[in-house]
Design a protein around this ligand. Sequence first.
Ligand code: 2M8
Length: 441
Amino acid sequence: MEETLITRAQAVLEQNWTGRFTRPAPRLYPHQWSWDAAFIAIGYAHRLQARAEQELRTLFTGQWRNGLLPHIVYHEPSATYFPGPEIWDVRRHPAAPSAVATSGIVQPPNHAIAAWHIYRHAQDREQARKFLQELYPRLKAWHDYLYRERDPAGEGLVYIRHPWESGMDNAPLWDEPLQRITVDPKRPLPFRRMDKQVVNPADRPTDADYARYLQLVALFRAANYEEARIREHCPFLVQDVLFNTLLCQAERDLARIARVVGADPDQHEARAERTAQAINQKLWDEAHGIYVDYDLRTRTPIDVHVAAGFVPLFAGIPSPEQARRLCTYLNSTSFCRLGDRCYAVPSYDKQKPDFSRRRYWRGPVWININWLLYRGLERYGAQEYAAWIRDAIIDLPRLYDFYEYYDPEIGCGHGAAGFSWTAALLLDVLYAGRLEANRSA
Ligand code: 2M8
């Protein structure tokens, strides 16, 4: 049974592989996405090391000269995705690459995590060491960019300036900050959305969401992508838990990479520590026992509880007492109480009236978030809960195929079919299980 599932997962990735990179999904997402590429490389690493390396190498061809790693690299033109490179018009900034088209925003920095994972699981260690050597300066430039441009006060927390930068595009987290951008609901959109032609529109963000997303892009364009100008005018500036957690773990892994390639690990360890402390000081909600985002425009916490609020477990950020409280909240009717009718952790608090079992980031189960939680719970020794999630990462694709996201109660898949990170992270879980079994045999 396991072999068949591995074959099915590999077939999904094979179908999405273009020869240089892997599309997140065949029609809905035809380009290369930043954090998808890292999750996909994590899946490839166990058997296809060279391809895992190539996935990241190809992504970094889109890196800007100031270190910014764009959220989309448009290697090839496509008629099935909006917005295309002309909407971003990133050449307005002198650091944008000239050889390849990119977007002008970023996504969560999970790349050093993936690069370290490739090295740890390498079939050819020497090749992996060379790969780390090649990638280290680019990873460092990427993190330097984030701390330099996105953390002007030197708090150890970087900000995002667009919901797409969070990776959780239409999460309820953004409802309030987005209200600051006024749109006329009666005015037809001045562009044509392609996503609604490809998947069920009931699963996707609304037109009003898209109007606001595109207004933010217009603001970035008008500022010629100069960060200081954007920072001054952007109505959306948020210190996000998931983004900063991944940055913290990525810095920890970059320190390990630095040791392998003979660079200085101390700066990375120091930054990771500072970010971990800042997350604990500023983003921990003591009253509810969960981490929450912080709105830099209103200088207030965003009082919305999402699955990403538990992810600091992944980077070893919570104290044992905080971890205990996180586990209690996770194991409740708001999220996924073990033994209840729930496959895995839904993306949003189920008790909220606007929770949805099928609308994109407003409730469904996402495999990448659950994978981060599974690893985090293991790190804290919460084995029973970790095993529950691990089973779901295997069962959901086995029973309902490789979808972008799943109904937390009945399991069926929504969004794009043939979704790459669902396949890649399943492969990681299965191969890691085999390693574990071999070790204890
Ligand atoms: C989704 O985001 C893109 C925009 O970046 C979209 O909806 O068009 C998100 O789920 C994001 O996290 C993901 O990286 C991307 C590709 O899978 O799709």
